[in-house]
Design a protein around this ligand. Structure first.
Ligand code: MTE
Length: 323
């Protein structure tokens, strides 16, 4: 499979990002403000929401934020994996601009008392977007630090009242070949599918992201709605979600379907379990003003550094078997 390519050189820093960083610096002197709505459409009317600048002890303990150097907006939005738009890192930012993200509906089905097909605004109604600064570790061996905006997935899921048979949650990305030129290639058995165990889905770290850097999510990053599961390899963080299904059995996922010996259902970041074709002990951290060519290689941490928050969910499981 063509999942693993030598990275291209970084483009220059954007104004957007310097504004964000500057605001971060300025606001450090002031109290934090609540984040504003970030759904597409409301974004330009209001100035971008001010990001949190101080990390509370509670947020640090919960893993909701980190002081690590952020990845540049430019890098987060031009170095992407979104195979529906091509397999090169630069393809999604070039080809996804035309993806229509409004109106957008999500079908929530399966083992729940209140299934339904709901518009994005209704899905998220009443839930204030929160800023979460998470590490994203791709299975390919690079990582970023991304300031997301989003709502905890669990809060959304609870509204549909999952039944006791809902042991897993399955997610599906939009599959529209007219809008997604990469679907010409059968690099993946479309649509892109992912899944989580119900406790993973309900975990407070699991985010349904609608924005990054205080702005609506760009299409190449999975607009208007994508999953972010920071302790798992990045491919679990499925983009542009159109369906969420509560199911009893472990659902099939796109990468497992393609190459089961290389990609398991759990895919927790684990430096002690190598990918069959390369080591997972270290990662190239794409962050700050350094070009990606000079990205620093740093040790990879179990559960991507979120072990304190999530390891107990896997107590007693052989993580070599359940990779
Ligand atoms: N979701 C869909 N629908 N299609 C994809 O190709 N790639 C995954 C994940 N979600 C992918 C996807 C992979 S491999 C990674 S590392 C992350 O998205 C990358 O997210 P980013 O481009 O926002 O950094």
């Amino acid at each position: 499979m063509r999942h693993f390519r030598v990275p291209r050189i970084a483009a220059t820093q954007t104004t957007d990002e310097s504004v964000y960083r500057d605001r971060r610096r300025l606001l450090a002197a002031f109290a934090t403000s609540p984040l504003l709505a970030t759904l597409p459409g409301c974004a330009e009317a209001e100035p971008p929401p001010p990001p949190k600048t101080t990390i509370s002890a509670a947020d640090a303990k919960a893993g909701f934020s980190t002081r690590e150097e952020l990845t540049r907006y430019e890098d987060i939005t031009t170095y992407n994996n979104f195979y529906e738009f091509g397999t090169d890192k630069g393809d999604p930012s070039r080809a996804a601009k035309t993806l229509r993200t409004s109106p957008w509906t999500v079908a929530v089905e399966g083992e729940c008392a209140k299934p339904g097909r709901v518009g994005l605004e209704d899905l998220l109604r009443g839930l204030a977007p929160q800023e979460r600064v998470y590490r994203l570790r791709c299975v390919e061996g690079w990582s970023m630090v991304i300031p997301w905006l989003g709502v905890p997935l669990g809060e959304v899921l609870r509204r549909f009242e999952p039944t006791s048979k809902a042991r897993y949650v399955a997610f599906t990305t939009l599959a529209d070949p007219k809008q997604m030129p990469g679907m010409r290639y059968r690099s993946i058995n479309w649509p892109y599918r992912e899944g989580l165990r119900i406790d993973e889905a309900m975990h407070p770290l699991t985010l349904l992201a609608t924005g990054l850097y205080g702005k609506p999510l760009p299409q190449q990053n999975g607009a208007p709605l994508r999953l972010v599961v920071p302790w798992k390899y990045g491919f679990k963080s499925i983009k542009s979600i159109v369906s969420i299904r509560f199911v009893e059995k472990m659902p099939e996922t796109a990468w497992h379907d393609l190459q089961p010996s290389e990609y398991g259902f759990f895919s927790n970041v684990n430096p002690d379990v190598d990918h069959p074709r390369w080591s997972q002990k270290t990662e190239r951290r794409i962050a700050g003003s350094k070009s990606k060519l000079f990205a620093e290689r740093i040790p990879t941490r179990p559960f991507n550094g979120y072990a304190e928050q999530v390891a107990s969910m896997y107590a007693g499981m052989d993580l070599r078997k359940w990779y």
